[in-house]
Design a protein around this ligand. Structure first.
Ligand code: SF4
Length: 273
């Protein structure tokens, strides 16, 4: 039976300043955490439905919410829910955080938008790319299904194929991407939105990014061409780009309205308002 996917935005707080996002720490918006008791009540209701549940935490940056660790443990133990989250990776340098994710999470999505200088500049924190790289290598194969999600923009999309190959070598399981939307930060959008020709170019590159048999077990690449025994787990690529090709500008409403760190899973996308 397919799981019931519940996506819960647990906090409006974030410690990064991504210029394309409404939750940018420099923005003057509400930063409240969710009401923990509401989550617990809703979990009781979901558990009574007698079907598997995947509970996905979103933010802001969900791992900044102090209540999340114990809440996750409790819901796992009491209801057996599968837990997922999307993170900007800023707390993954901590061993206790990584261990908690390994023990309790079924899925972990980490935002990564391009090579190190670009990603760090876009997210407003130097060294973040390296930090994520180290953390992924520590977590890969030890627990949660690992996913990288990339927001494609005019100045980053050309790097996406190389980024896919890079993160595949780290041991991630899946790569997803979505194009920059213009609702949250309209001032950022015009100079950074994808151009139709860029979408078309990536679409032609797309087949080569899908997993192919690799010569050795992980770490491996998403586009290795040698037809040898398959890796233990091959990364897969998912995207909304085929739709974008047929409707290049403006981007799809769904991708335009969803927060950048909240759109990493196709299941999550469907669950978002
Ligand atoms: S994109 Fe993610 S990390 Fe960046 S400000 Fe928004 S919520 Fe924070």
């Amino acid at each position: 039976m397919k799981p019931l996917v519940i996506v819960w935005r647990v906090t409006g707080r974030c410690n990064l300043s991504c210029a394309f996002c409404a939750y940018d720490r420099t923005q003057n918006i509400s930063r409240r955490h969710t009401d923990e008791s509401l989550v617990r009540q809703f979990a009781e209701l979901a558990a009574s439905l007698s079907r598997p549940v995947l509970l996905s935490w979103l933010g802001g940056e969900p791992l900044l919410w102090p209540a999340l660790t114990q809440l996750t443990r409790d819901l796992r133990q009491r209801h057996g829910f599968a837990i997922s989250t999307t993170t900007n990776g800023t707390t993954l340098h901590r061993e206790d955080v990584r261990q908690h994710l390994i023990e309790h999470y079924a899925e972990l999505t980490i935002s990564l938008d391009g090579p190190a200088p670009l990603h760090d500049a876009l997210r407003g924190q130097s060294g973040l790319f390296k930090q994520i790289q180290h953390a992924v290598k520590q977590i890969a194969g030890r627990g949660p299904r690992l996913r990288i999600n990339t927001v494609l923009m005019r100045h980053t999309i050309a790097h996406f194929p190389a980024l896919c190959r890079e993160v595949a070598r780290w041991g991630i399981d899946e790569i997803t991407c979505n194009q920059l939307g213009g609702i949250e930060r309209p001032e950022f959008y015009p100079a950074n939105r994808l151009l139709p020709e860029q979408v078309s170019t990536l679409s032609t590159q797309w087949p080569a990014l899908h997993p192919r048999p690799a010569a050795s077990p992980r770490p491996t690449t998403a586009s290795t061409s040698a037809p040898s025994p398959p890796p233990r787990r091959s990364p897969t690529c998912r995207t909304s780009l085929p739709n974008a090709v047929s409707q290049p500008a403006p981007p799809l409403a769904r991708t335009a309205t969803a927060p950048k760190c909240a759109q990493s899973s196709s299941r999550s996308e469907k669950a978002l308002p």
